[in-house]
Design a protein around this ligand. Structure first.
Ligand SMILES: [Zn+2]
Length: 377
């Protein structure tokens, strides 16, 4: 967002004003840097998107707990290796490109730099991950919702998997972004199941599909611009910024045909527990049998990153239905809705249930069941 200011140029300018005789600005004012840096957070880290330099810097803080078997020098060496693995495997692998020529960084795309920051003090509720290094642990494990990574004390060197080797710490980092394993059975539904050299399978290669989260961060910062990783990926992996949904259904009470329109937008980039994307929007619901029309604000949680291509949306809101002809009284309805479906490229379809409670007690409790279609905007 544009109001998310220009921190770099602000800093440069205040530096000039406060230290006119300083070593850098003593002769001439600094060149005007019209640079907007968008700062934000996601579930596990923070980022800076510079829309002029066209770089996205993604940072994560890791708070290590080492076993007693490792001395201080070994701990430092281990943390340095972790940093090297994550920065090396994940940085600058693919450009992020906007869909429209009018968007920032259209010419050369956005470079992604990934930086791991190591700490040995307790995390104490701060953003970032607890990293438990275990003596003779062999498999890594990441619990993204509670932000914990478990590693073996030998993972500072690549794991030999026979046909391939893997920098396991870099693999676990992928899970901290919410990316799931590609070698497990149900991954056959998505991409990468046979891509053994992929970082989320058995190798070290970061594919364009693994950059979707970074593209989603930038898309949410630049209003009206949709960024995607350059190369082969799938729009089914996108966490869309804005969506338009239409549900057509029947009331279970009296089989009246209802059409519901819902427009919503992602609230920030920080998903709840790394899984549920909060969205705010507006909904209008029309009963075609009676002509009643109710409308109002909505709040939704999308669990569309849980198991691609499946998704679950749950939502509520407040829908006002004004007084109708024949002295039909107004009602103020709280909807509870749940949709389960599947996502493809740029759209999704599912089955929706909605229940409506009238807070004014003028309308009966209403159940609706329908078919939902959502389009990414
Ligand atoms: Zn894994």
């Amino acid at each position: 967002m544009k109001q998310a200011l220009d921190r770099k140029s602000e800093r440069a300018e205040s530096g000039y004003r406060q230290q006119p005789g300083g070593p850098f600005f003593s002769k001439a004012p600094p060149a005007v840097i019209q640079r907007a840096v968008h700062n934000g957070t996601d579930h596990g880290g923070n980022y800076q998107f510079d829309d002029t330099a066209c770089t996205l810097t993604y940072n994560q803080d890791w708070y290590y707990h080492f076993p007693a078997s490792m001395n201080a020098a070994q701990q430092t060496s281990y943390m340095n290796s972790a940093e090297t693995q994550v920065n090396g495997v994940w940085s600058r692998k693919h450009k992020l490109r906007p869909a429209s020529g009018a968007c920032s960084c259209n010419a050369n795309g956005v470079d992604v730099d990934v930086r791991l920051h190591n700490h040995t003090d307790p995390r104490n509720g701060r953003r970032g991950f607890d990293v438990n290094v275990e003596h003779s642990g062999t498999s890594g494990f990441t619990n993204q919702p509670v932000r914990t990574v478990t590693l073996g004390d030998t993972h500072d060197t690549p794991v030999n998997l026979g046909a391939t080797t893997q920098q396991r710490i870099a693999h676990e980092f992928g899970h901290t972004l919410g990316i799931t394993d590609e070698y497990v059975g149900w991954a056959a539904l998505g991409l990468g199941h046979s891509d053994t050299s992929s970082i989320m399978h058995s190798g070290d290669d970061v594919r364009p599909r693994h950059y979707q989260h970074f593209a989603d961060l930038v898309s949410n910062e630049v209003e009206g611009c949709r960024y995607r990783p350059e190369g082969f990926s799938s729009r089914a992996l996108v966490n869309p910024v804005a969506q338009l949904g239409i549900t057509s259904g029947l009331t279970l009470n009296n089989a009246q045909f209802v059409i519901d329109l819902r427009l919503n937008r992602r609230i920030g980039n920080t998903d709840i527990l790394g899984l549920a994307t909060p969205r705010a929007g507006f909904e209008g619901l029309m009963n075609t049998a009676t002509g009643n029309f109710m409308f109002g604000p909505t709040f939704d949680l999308s669990l569309n990153r849980l198991a691609h291509p499946l998704y679950v949306d749950v939502g509520t809101g407040m829908l006002f239905d004004p007084e109708g002809p024949g002295n039909r009284p107004a009602s103020l309805n709280i909807p509870f809705s749940a949709t389960v479906g599947a996502r493809w490229s740029g759209f999704s379809t599912g089955i929706n249930y909605t229940g409506l409670i009238d807070m004014l007690h003028n309308a009966p409790y209403t159940h609706l069941v329908g078919i939902n279609l959502q389009v990414d905007l």
